[in-house]
Write a protein that binds this ligand. Structure first.
Ligand code: ATP
Ligand code: MG
Length: 298
């Protein structure tokens, strides 16, 4: 796959590391999302990233955004993936998300995370609403997972954002200092993501912090956030509380999460995801669409 095969269309969004554009791949007539990641790396490191991303060609799951290929031009890595028409959950949640929809979103996310672990032997590392995408069939899929060690390392050098989804043990482990990731850290991020999607805002009160250290301190030493008990069933609240167990070793693994009563219920329930997605996306467009989010970064 090469840049010259692409007809570049509109910007879908920008993040800390680059920009995602809609493109049309002429040889195959497939619309794609092209993510440009600017990295100050030598050719060898860039080549290594492209090689490491190659395992994604074998990774097919209904819960993971399809990978079409990657290449680099100058100091940018270009990552081609399935175009998800309705974009990420952060654009769809301001409409308010009923519990049955939230259950289906959670179920797809857990299945996606389990697939990454079982089939690719990787953890996601960046579970958050902007990395959970929805298409016009109402399907929910994960993107931006950490398959390439070289890419993870290169991105990690950049700063921590002001909304951290990092588990307490990724920030600081009382006995060992910062210990970094385990697969259980993704489960914490999942818990925060579910609350954010349900309530329409990041679960910690950022306005009460004067700097990023205070926020990280709240994650490590404060009580974990909760799903509002007045609006969600006790099963949903219990599921989230388990994800947000501060001690990583006691946090449930994916198999346990999938057997949780809330997930068993989500599995069998008939929910019109397509209709919800279409309605939420229309409201997003009515609020001004991606024009309002684009200027936030850069
Ligand atoms: P961060 O840089 O903090 O991780 P982010 O996830 O929003 O934030 P990007 O991954 O660069 O940053 O994505 C920017 C936006 O582009 C996303 O928020 C999402 O709305 C949109 N987007 C990303 N991938 C796709 C895709 N495959 N199809 C449609 N829209 C996408
Ligand atoms: Mg992203």
């Amino acid at each position: 796959i090469e840049m010259k095969e692409m007809e570049v269309q509109e910007v879908l969004g920008s993040g800390q590391y680059g920009t995602v554009r809609r493109v049309y791949h002429r040889p195959t007539c497939v619309p794609m999302a092209l993510k440009e990641i600017r990295l100050e790396l030598n050719q060898r490191a860039l080549q290594q990233i492209i090689m490491e991303l190659d395992v994604l060609h074998q990774a097919r799951s209904p819960y993971i955004v399809d990978f079409y290929g990657a290449f680099f031009v100058e100091s940018c890595v270009y990552y081609c993936m399935e175009f998800m028409e309705y974009g990420s959950l952060d654009r769809l949640y301001p409409a308010g998300i009923p519990e049955d929809i939230l259950g289906k979103i959670t179920l797809s996310t857990v299945k996606g995370l389990r697939f990454l672990k079982d089939e690719l032997n990787v953890m996601h590392r960046d579970v958050k609403p902007t990395n959970i995408l929805v298409n016009k069939r109402g399907e929910v899929k994960l993107c931006d997972f950490g398959v390439s060690g070289q890419l993870n390392q290169s991105l990690a050098k950049t700063h921590v954002g002001c909304q951290s989804y990092m588990a307490p043990e990724r920030i600081y482990d009382a006995s060992n200092g910062p210990v970094g990731y385990t697969i259980q850290s993704d489960v914490w991020s999942l818990g925060l993501t579910i609350i954010e999607v349900a309530t329409g805002r990041y679960p910690y009160d950022i306005s009460s912090f004067t700097n990023v250290f205070e926020q990280l301190n709240a994650i490590v030493h404060g009580e974990p956030p909760k799903l509002p008990e007045s609006r969600y069933s006790s099963q949903a609240c219990d599921f989230v509380a388990r994800c947000l167990t501060k001690q990583a070793a006691v946090r449930p693994v994916y198999q346990e999460l999938l057997q949780h009563p809330w997930m068993l219920e989500a599995e069998t329930k008939e929910v019109d995801m397509e209709d919800w997605a279409a309605r939420s996306y229309r409201l997003y467009l009515a609020r001004g669409g991606n024009k309002q989010v684009a200027p936030l970064v850069k």
